[in-house]
Design a protein around this ligand. Structure first.
Ligand SMILES: [Zn+2]
Length: 248
C-alpha cells in the first residue's frame, strides 16, 4: 500500500515516529518549509519505505520566501520524488507572496521533471489560472473543489488525492468528486496526523487508517475496496516514478 501524502515529521509523531514508520506502507512524506523538506529527504535516505516531497507550503510562504531557491538543491537527493506540499490557501494572508512562492516551485518542478503535490483552499480562481498557464504534472491533494474544477483538473492530466477529510458525508464536493473521478486518476492519502477517516476510532491519523478512506470510496463507486487500493498504488508508481527511484 502507498500513502501518497503524509506528515510524519509533525510533532504529533515525536513520541513514536520510528515505531509508526516501521510498518510496510510506502509513504511520500511532504515538506512544508525548508527545514522539514531537508528532514523529509533525510528520512527517505534512512527508511526503505519512505520517499520525500520537498516544498514550501502556502501558509509558510511569507516566512520562507528567502529559501525558495534552496528547494532546487534538495531535488538532487535520490529519493526525492516530488515538489510538495505547495499551493495556495486564502484562509491566510500574503496572497501575492503565496502566488510567487507557488509559481517559483512549479518552475522548479518543470526544470527537474518532478510532479507536484498541490494544496488549495479557497483559492480556486487563481489556482486554475496558474495551472492552465504552467501545466504541471501532479496531484491535487485532499480535493475539495467543484465538479467543474474536477473536470478541468482531469483535462489538464492531473491526479486527484482523497483522504479522511473526503469521507465526511457533509463534504458534498468530495462526495461528488469521488463519484465522478475515473479510477486511473485517483490517489489515496492520509495527510496524517490530520484527517482521521470516518469509521476509524483514532485520535491521530496514520497510514494504517488509509483502508477506511478506500472503503468509503469503494462503497460510493460500487466496487471492492481492494480495487481502489490496487489502482491507487499503480497510479502512485506511475506519477511518482517510484520504480525508477529504487523501490520494487
Ligand atoms: Zn498535507
Amino acid at each position: 500500500m502507498i500513502d501518497t501524502h503524509t506528515h510524519y515529521l509533525d510533532a504529533a509523531f515525536d513520541p513514536d515516529r520510528e515505531t509508526v514508520l516501521a510498518g510496510d506502507t510506502i509513504i511520500i512524506e511532504q515538506g512544508i518549509d525548508i527545514t522539514s523538506s531537508m528532514k523529509a529527504a533525510a528520512l527517505a535516505r534512512t527508511h526503505e519505505n519512505v520517499y520525500a516531497a520537498v516544498g514550501i507550503h502556502p501558509v509558510n510562504a511569507e516566512r520562507e520566501l528567502p529559501h525558495v531557491g534552496d528547494i532546487k538543491r534538495l531535488t538532487a537527493e535520490k529519493r526525492v520524488v516530488a515538489i510538495g506540499e505547495i499551493g495556495l490557501d486564502y484562509r491566510y494572508g500574503g496572497r501575492d507572496v503565496q502566488r510567487e512562492v507557488f509559481i517559483s516551485q512549479l518552475r522548479t518542478a518543470k526544470e527537474y521533471s518532478l510532479p507536484v503535490c498541490i494544496h488549495c483552499v479557497r483559492a480556486w480562481g487563481d489556482m486554475m489560472s496558474i495551472l492552465r498557464e504552467h501545466r504541471p504534472a501532479g496531484v491535487m491533494h485532499g480535493f475539495s473543489g467543484s465538479a467543474e474544477i474536477l473536470h478541468e483538473v482531469l483535462a489538464l492530466g492531473m491526479y486527484v488525492g482523497f483522504n479522511g477529510s473526503s469521507t465526511n458525508p457533509r463534504n458534498k464536493k468530495a462526495l461528488a468528486a469521488i463519484r465522478d473521478i475515473p479510477l486511473d486518476r485517483l490517489l489515496l492519502e492520509t495527510d496524517c496526523p490530520y484527517s482521521v477517516p470516518k469509521g476509524a476510532a483514532a485520535a491521530r491519523c496514520d497510514s494504517t487508517l488509509i483502508g477506511f478512506t478506500a472503503e468509503y470510496i469503494a462503497e460510493l463507486k460500487g466496487i471492492p475496496p481492494q480495487v481502489v487500493m490496487d489502482t491507487s498504488d499503480e497510479n502512485a508508481y506511475k506519477l511518482f516514478d517510484l520504480k525508477e527511484k529504487g523501490h520494487d
